[in-house]
Design a binder for this molecule. Structure first.
Ligand SMILES: *Cc1c(COP(=O)(O)O)cnc(C)c1O
Length: 233
């Protein structure tokens, strides 16, 4: 590959230069070719987010030699596909049901792995978005932390949300604040209560709202189009 000026690397560096310490950038590479990931990698970036199982698996296969890439799964996940990503994924950010948690536990146990997970919380106005509602979230976390022995192959790292798509900043800000306060509540109750409970991650904020997310307490942001450009669907 000819070494030319890389807009991708420039975009990543620009974002990273403004990030407060301790905030992790997941570069969301979905719908962009492997060559874009390689460019970002050569610029020093290691953490990438994908939202479709088949796409992630095929990119992983192609990029096997880049063994220090950290893959975050951030999209809708069907239980029957869990087994395909468990061998190599670093974190599953989009866990939306107890059933899915149980399947991740089962596959991780079979493959002798421990998988870091975030629970996705549905705070947005759109019905189409998925995730636990607040009461379900509280019930589920209580249930799994209390039966930790049954979940020895997952590690609960925190919460994730996708805010309402709107220009009304107040709406987005209040959703982010809600996620952070749920996180604080759970961290206080459950952090290091046992081996599977390790609350340190608040994943929120995308290209258009990550600054607001950081103000409200995110420590993981997931940025796609601002780095790689518009996606071609
Ligand atoms: C696509 C996607 C992103 C990135 O979106 P951009 O607007 O391109 O930054 C972040 N989080 C999730 C869950 C996504 O599906």
């Amino acid at each position: 590959m000819k070494s030319s000026h890389s807009f991708i690397v420039e975009n990543i560096d620009k974002i990273k230069a403004q990030l407060p310490a301790g905030i992790k950038l997941v570069a969301v590479s979905k719908f962009h070719p492997v060559s874009c990931i390689v460019e970002a990698y050569r610029g020093g970036h290691r953490c990438f987010g994908e939202s479709r199982v088949q796409e992630l698996v095929s990119k992983y296969e192609e990029l096997k030699d880049y063994s220090d890439i950290e893959w975050h799964f951030i999209g809708p996940l069907q239980t029957n596909k869990v087994k395909f990503i468990v061998p190599f994924v670093s974190m599953i950010e989009s866990v939306t049901s107890l059933r899915l948690l149980q399947e991740i536990q089962k596959q991780a146990s079979k493959q002798d792995k421990v998988i870091d997970i975030l629970l996705e919380v549905h705070l947005a106005k759109e019905e189409t978005k998925s995730g636990f509602d607040i009461q379900e979230l509280r019930d589920t976390v209580a249930l799994i932390v209390d039966s930790a022995g049954a979940y020895a192959h997952i590690r609960l790292r925190g919460l994730m949300t996708i805010a309402t798509q709107t220009d009304d900043e107040a709406v987005v800000k209040s959703e982010f604040a809600t996620l952070k306060s749920l996180f604080d509540e759970m961290k206080e109750k459950y952090h290091e209560k046992n081996e599977m409970s390790y609350f340190d991650t608040v994943s929120m904020g995308m290209s258009h709202d990550y600054n607001l997310a950081i103000q409200e307490g995110a420590n993981v942001i997931r940025v796609g189009s601002l780095i790689f450009g518009e996606r071609q669907y």
